[in-house]
Design a protein around this ligand. Sequence first.
Ligand code: FAD
Length: 456
Amino acid sequence: MKITVIGAGPGGYEAAIMAAKLGAEVTVIEKKEVGGTCLNIGCIPTKTLLASADVLTTSAEAEKFGVFNDHTTANLEQIIERKDKLVSGLVKGIEFLFESNGVNLVRGVGKLIDAKTVEVARSDGEALTLVSDKILLATGSVPICPEMFCYDGEKVITSTEALSLKTLPKSMIVVGGGVIGCELGQFFSRLGTKVTIVEMADQILSAEDESVAKQLLRQLKREKIKVLTANGVTDVKVQDSGVSVTLKKGERLEAEIMLLSIGRSSFSKGLNLEEVGIKVDSRGRIEVDESLETSVKGIYAVGDLINTPYLAHVASKEGIIAAENMLGKNKTGVHKAIPRCVYTDPQVAAVGITEKEAQQRGIVYKVGSFDFRSLGKAQIIAKIQGQVKIIVDEKDVIIGASIIGPEATDLLAELTMAVHLGLTAEVLGEVIHPHPTLSEAIMEALHDVHGKSINK
Ligand code: FAD
């Protein structure tokens, strides 16, 4: 079986390796670096920068631990250099995996000719035609930059440029208080930039639990980040000195730089979808069935290109499942429990439904919660802010969970498993959790569902 994959982000590269492991002859076409958005300009670079900010904050608070560190400073250039090195090491890692699994990597831009043929404009100027049994589209997404925001990549930037700034801006307006806006806003603020976040919705992280979003908001304000919710940008002027912005409620803001983080859109430009007959929805996302096959038999699509959450772990999972299905399996139900993570400090992580959604859907539910403050481990590491909140339905099945606090994104794995497997709070609450660890907060919240938390 011959398979051609267009795009080597987490969706495409994991699909390619899985297909090769299952015996297919695989060619991947990639126009930039392997690893896609996630590795080059997304998950990994942002979290690497945040790790530096974390060290800075912890060093600045070292006295709390009886440790004295009088000269804590941060150097953006070196932080970016560390990030670039780390990313290029991981890029090489994927190239090595391709090699060791016999995946053929072609550098260039791919486009569909028909259900079996892909034409490649290779980076070396040559043209190549590939005929295969199955094709996987995994070309990802790009930042949304409406014209009125005057994006120029210098004064008005997206996350892509923000990850490689040469100098630290004195001030920054962040448009969009979602995951990327909060993460990068807090990073630059911690390094010394005066940050203002403007968010259209009533709360930052608009998809998340209200109380969790409020707690994060309080923390951002404590760090002197100005957050304007239920507001929007109506006019933008770019001058030599910086950016001047008018807001819906009449205020004017000025800053050296404006960061646009208002979402991403699926990227299928130049793929020839219409000519081949692949259906897309009104927002340009490719329509797929449960097995991730498009409206054209034999062509599959995954990741940010389709109508599922724009997350790397979703793209990877879909890539693996699509590879299995292309090779004759019939796997469905990929999206049962999707973890959502925000790597701010404190971190935010959630899975399943929020309390508000439960109310809106008329679900009979109960909530169990536990504050990190009451936990030995949280006191030990001096990270006592936040809580675990678990939602169960009338049969005690865990249908949602939100965590705000230390290592929330790692802690969520247990609750993601619970939602995926349909576990009850009683069953999961019987599991012994190690002491002293942050995971005890989950155990206590599970016990709290039945009013039996010992330490609450
Ligand atoms: P992509 O990773 O976008 O890869 C698509 C690839 O296709 C690219 O390499 C592109 O060059 C290539 N390509 C496009 N067109 C063609 C063509 N015609 N021919 C050849 N190649 C082509 N997600 C998380 O889960 N956790 C996070 O912490 C997280 N943080 C993020 C932070 C930022 C700043 C951003 C921007 C995103 C973040 N994401 C995060 C989202 C995550 O990066 C994406 O969901 C993920 O990369 C999508 O994977 P993909 O394979 O669908 O597409």
